[in-house]
Design a binder for this molecule. Structure first.
Ligand SMILES: [Fe+2]
Length: 359
């Protein structure tokens, strides 16, 4: 069960003051070097639903509370490849297990402003009752979690305990496909740029509510094109909530670039997947190469969930060592086409043999 409202810390006290200033970075990349076939993890899977060929996967048959270290590592690799992975019926994935899984992947992030649970400052409470009045819609609320931090999140693990009777889906968009959709000359241009991500949205929220922060509200500059350290694939790393400007270009040019990227993120349905939450569903995603937004369509119902956010590495772009999802998928695609053709041919042969027998 989600904690009661009196078990949630809304505003910093002496005890929490400065806790978020101790946020640090992951010293090892979870999922890096994992078995490419992920045999230990996938052995237990009873059903796999890929939401689209490149992005978003739902796995059945896995209990997140019972994963071994090796399975957790393979799961991290799968999430880095698929962007977001969904699970259903995780009733025993409680707060303790939630923290345990996140801790295997890196240090857990303490949010500087979002309320957290009394027991675990690393577990934030996303409660629609505590949210600011709706300034945001699904065109301007796309983000990757805490990208304003010097060491932004690698993975977020989210479980809602209170699901609205109607509405409240979450949508994710693929940063790899966004990069791959750009012309080579625009890709090369963006590869040389950095952008400033800020906590401005929380400054506004803090000013309007008077809540005290759990630490400094950070601003950071990050590369616009980012290498995912697990897959080695290039992704765009800007978003409409936290990215204030592209560095070292004029304000107008910055707006022009960010508007274009934000437009693709919010409008290209073929790069998106949408998840309908059920009780005991869990979603885990890679913040380095995907974006997400809640769909704020569930009023008058409430929604409440718990999120554990894993801190990652300092974002980097490694031109030499990077490849793209498009290149890797071209090979996967050939194999899929060959398999379909083989199935077609086998079917045709069976028909021909049957016809011959009848004749
Ligand atoms: Fe988020």
């Amino acid at each position: 069960m989600a904690p009661a409202l009196d078990q949630i810390i809304l505003s910093s006290t002496e005890k929490d003051n400065g806790l978020a200033d101790r946020n640090t970075f992951a010293t090892r990349v979870a999922g890096m070097g994992a078995d490419p076939e992920k045999k230990a993890l996938l052995a237990n899977v009873t059903k796999r639903i890929d939401y689209s060929p490149k992005f978003g996967t739902e796995l059945h048959g896995i209990k997140l509370s019972e994963l071994t270290e090796q399975q957790s590592d393979e799961l991290a690799a799968l999430i880095a490849e698929r962007g977001v992975v969904f699970f259903r019926n995780q009733s025993d994935f409680d707060l303790k297990e939630h923290v345990k899984l996140g801790s295997r992947w890196g240090p857990l992030h303490v949010h500087p402003l979002v309320p957290h649970t009394t027991e675990n400052p690393e577990v934030i409470v996303l409660d629609s009752r505590l949210s600011p009045p709706g300034r945001y819609n699904t065109n301007n609320s796309w983000h990757s979690d805490v990208s304003f931090e010097p060491y932004p999140s690698s993975f977020s693990i989210l479980k809602f305990d209170e699901i609205p009777e109607a509405g409240g889906d979450t949508v994710w968009s693929d940063g790899y496909q966004l990069y791959d959709s750009l012309s080579p000359s625009i890709q090369a241009f963006l590869e040389g740029l950095t952008a400033t991500h800020t906590s401005d949205i929380f400054r506004v929220f803090q000013a309007s509510t008077g809540r005290k922060t759990f630490g400094k509200l950070n601003d950071s500059s990050h590369p616009v094109v980012r290498t995912n350290p697990v897959t080695g694939w290039k992704s765009i790393f800007t978003n409409s909530v936290f990215t204030r400007e592209i560095d070292n270009v004029t304000a107008q040019e910055s707006k022009w670039i960010l508007d274009y990227l934000n437009d693709v993120i919010s409008k290209r349905l073929d790069y998106q997947v949408r998840f309908r939450w059920e009780k005991d569903s869990v979603a885990i995603w890679d913040n380095r190469s995907s974006f997400h937004t809640g769909v704020p369509d569930f009023k008058p119902y409430f929604r409440r969930g718990l999120r554990v956010t894993v801190s990652g590495e300092k974002p980097y772009f490694d031109k030499e060592a990077s490849t793209t999802q498009a290149k890797v998928f071209a090979k996967v695609s050939e194999a899929i086409v060959a398999k379909q053709e083989a199935a077609e041919n086998a079917k045709q042969e069976t028909i021909e043999k049957a016809s011959a027998t009848i004749a």
